[in-house]
Write a protein that binds this ligand. Structure first.
Ligand SMILES: Nc1ncnc2c1ncn2[C@@H]1O[C@H](COP(=O)(O)OP(=O)(O)OP(=O)(O)O)[C@@H](O)[C@H]1O
Ligand SMILES: O=P(O)(O)OC[C@H]1O[C@H](OP(=O)(O)OP(=O)(O)O)[C@H](O)[C@@H]1O
Ligand SMILES: [Mg+2]
Length: 280
């Protein structure tokens, strides 16, 4: 049975569980459940702290897992590697300090930096020969400067709201662009390929929609330039030989401009439908 680690709580847990459910796996009914056997799919789920998942997967105790790229790198487990970015929980990892105080990371030399990702920060600063006094905290790191235990922080930034509210601003380079990732251990586990293919199917379904429209056949080449699809659009005859029906996959983010352009070209009866799952 393929052993899969899934975040038991926190920012990643709900979307990870949703993706696995859409991929056809059995979920858990009670959020306190730590272990689920999905015999039908020949997999076993372990619900673990996202921070610990790289440790389990890197050691080979669990075959694959869903965690954050920042958490994977922070764990510094040589056996654990990212095999696919999952397209959710996107964030950046940044240094921040009271507005205007620092502009360059080199200024951090000898200062106190609070973070809940000491492995990640240490690796980044080590490479640049900057020696700091790391203050490891569990969370709510943004308060550490105001409370006097650190001079600056290194933390996850999504919208920047938490930083702003604490009177802090980012400075220096982006330490890391993070998002949820699928990770694997030192050996290739049987069944991991199927999981990966299923998750890719869910991502495609989330990222793309299907557009159908009718078009005068003479305009087909121009229409394909607007939306070319994955391979190429499906074109079907209509009863009127001057017209065709076209079906094409389009990225969700481009739907409206594509519809506008197709309509302007002469397409009519333009319909958008959701894709529930896919294997490309
Ligand atoms: N605001 C956010 N936006 C996007 N991703 C986030 C955000 N906060 C945390 N993450 C991501 O979630 C992962 C951390 O999840 P984790 O469950 O450990 O933290 P959490 O959501 O802060 O929960 P906890 O309260 O237990 O600390 C990291 O990969 C991090 O990049
Ligand atoms: O840029 P923002 O949109 O404000 O998001 C970033 C914040 O979100 C997370 O905190 P979380 O709520 O998980 O609390 P924690 O710090 O206790 O982990 C993260 O640690 C940052 O503090
Ligand atoms: Mg947190």
């Amino acid at each position: 049975m393929l052993r899969i680690a899934v975040p038991n709580k926190g920012s990643l847990s709900e979307t990870a569980a949703d993706m696995l459910a859409e991929a056809g796996y059995a979920g858990r009914r009670d959020p306190k459940t730590l272990h689920v056997i999905d015999a039908e799919n020949d997999v076993e789920f372990f619900f673990l702290r996202p921070k610990d998942i790289a440790t389990y997967v890197g050691s080979g105790a669990i075959d694959v897992g869903i965690t954050g790229r920042d958490l994977l790198l922070d764990a510094r487990m040589p056996g654990a590697r990212e095999i696919e970015a999952l397209g959710f929980a996107g964030s950046t990892f940044r240094f921040a300090a009271p507005t205007g105080r620092y502009t360059d990371v080199a200024e951090l030399d000898g200062l106190r930096i609070a973070t809940s990702y000491p492995g990640l920060v240490d690796a980044f600063l080590d490479e640049r020969d900057i020696a700091v006094d790391l203050v490891p905290l569990d969370g709510a790191v943004e308060s550490a400067v105001r409370l006097g235990v650190a001079d600056a922080v290194a933390d996850v930034v999504e919208t920047g709201t938490t930083l702003r509210q604490a009177g802090l601003e980012v400075f220096g380079p982006v330490i890391l662009q993070s998002e949820a990732v699928l990770i694997a251990g030192p050996t290739d586990a049987e069944g991991a390929e199927t999981l990966l293919r299923r998750l890719r199917g869910v991502m495609v379904a989330r990222r793309f929609v299907m557009i159908d429209y009718d078009l005068p056949v003479a305009l087909l080449d121009e229409a394909v330039k607007i939306a070319g699809g994955v391979e190429s659009p499906t074109v079907s005859p209509l009863r009127d030989p001057e017209w065709v029906a076209v079906r094409v996959m389009v990225a969700r983010t481009r739907v409206n401009p594509v519809m506008d352009a197709l309509y302007a070209l002469g397409a009519r009866a333009i319909l958008v439908t959701a894709i529930h799952n896919a294997r490309l």
